[in-house]
Design a protein around this ligand. Structure first.
Ligand code: GH3
Ligand code: MG
Ligand code: MG
Ligand code: MG
Length: 314
């Protein structure tokens, strides 16, 4: 599985509760027109257990970004035909790479020229050649970990820790692209808690929040690691189920519903139960993008509500 078009790529591999495990696993793209310099950096990064990709041709930068999906880019400042800061400027024009850290390398030790280059290209650091390996590694780790935390915050919903609306759709897009190539089945489910307004009105907003969190946790526990779970809206959730046919998805969500509605939600002295409705849609030849698929799931969800709620519809 190559997640080739996904700026949140590494988020996938981070277990939120255990996120320090992969802290050193940075993907670093290096561009330096000098082969010996490029080789030196490559060796340095690999020794530090980073995943490095080195290129010497500035013209390859955009394609390689797409292909390699780095966490961070190291750019030589002086190259034939263009400068590192010009390239950084071009990279930054792509929405996807707006917040990716860029580290410049050059023999330039004039601080004014360095600052100028940074402000023009939107670089984050400037390392002077000859490169000190420890300094290079430390800079990459600092920049990389900050960028990762920021991105992790940007794609997550703060109440539940699930992907937010935008990122759920983004993940759905990626899954669709992947499955169109592979021709494997793909299902999408939309869940909406039933009569949630009544929960808030009866027990108060904080208890309502607890119900939302309990469904989020339950989905995390019951679904597979490869399924993508998002908080689509207030009391709405979206689930992307790769490699899952519509019939299987209906079975899985029915099973989850039947267990979830038996969970006693506690509100002080008394307990209560909550149900949800679910609409499911599967990828088909006539459905080619995320918005078409989610529209279909939304219609199925509406049918589930109309059928009396507390059920799953295809
Ligand atoms: P239905 O069965 O038709 O879905 O009824 P409903 O009451 O669940 O539907 P509706 O969408 O009208 O109401 C959703 C309510 O969820 C309204 C809103 O105040 C509440 N809500 C949205 N986000 C949150 C949240 O983060 N926390 C809490 N406690 N309530 C929320
Ligand atoms: Mg050079
Ligand atoms: Mg709703
Ligand atoms: Mg609702």
């Amino acid at each position: 599985y190559v997640e080739s078009v996904d700026p949140g790529r590494f988020i996938e591999s981070i277990d939120v509760e255990n996120s320090d495990v992969l802290d050193n696993d940075y993907r670093v793209l290096v561009l330096d027109d000098s082969r010996s310099q490029a080789h030196f950096i490559d060796t340095t990064l690999k020794k530090a257990k980073m995943t490095a990709k080195v290129i010497t041709d500035p013209l390859l930068i955009l394609d390689t970004l797409e292909e390699f999906q780095p966490d961070l880019v190291v750019l030589d400042m002086y190259m034939p035909g263009c400068t590192g800061s010009e390239l950084a400027h071009i990279i930054r024009q792509h929405e996807k790479w707006v917040s990716m850290p860029i580290v410049f390398l050059s023999a330039e030790d004039d601080i004014n020229k360095q600052l100028q280059a940074m402000s023009l290209g939107g670089g984050d650091d400037f390392l002077t050649k000859p490169i000190n390996p420890d300094h290079l590694i430390r800079t990459i780790r600092n920049r990389g970990s900050r960028a990762k935390s920021l991105l992790a915050l940007m794609v997550r919903d703060s109440l539940t820790g699930l992907y937010n609306h935008t990122h759920s759709l983004h993940k759905l897009d990626n899954a669709i692209q992947h499955n169109l190539r592979d021709k494997t089945p793909l299902s999408f489910a939309m869940l909406d808690i039933d009569h949630f307004k009544k929960v808030n009105d009866t027990y108060g907003h904080p208890i309502g929040d607890k119900v939302i969190k309990s469904l989020a946790l339950f989905l995390k526990q019951r679904l597979r690691k490869t399924d993508v779970i998002g908080r689509y809206g207030g009391e709405e959730f979206a689930v992307v189920l790769p490699n899952t046919s519509a019939t299987d998805a209906v079975m899985i969500l029915n099973e989850i519903l039947s267990k979830f509605r038996n969970i006693a939600q506690s509100a002080g002295e008394k307990d209560f139960n909550v149900t949800f409705s679910c609409g499911i849609a599967a990828l088909a030849p006539e459905i080619k993008d995320a918005s078409a698929l989610s529209e279909l799931a939304d219609k199925a969800l509406y049918e589930a509500k109309r059928a009396g709620r507390n059920c799953v519809r295809l």
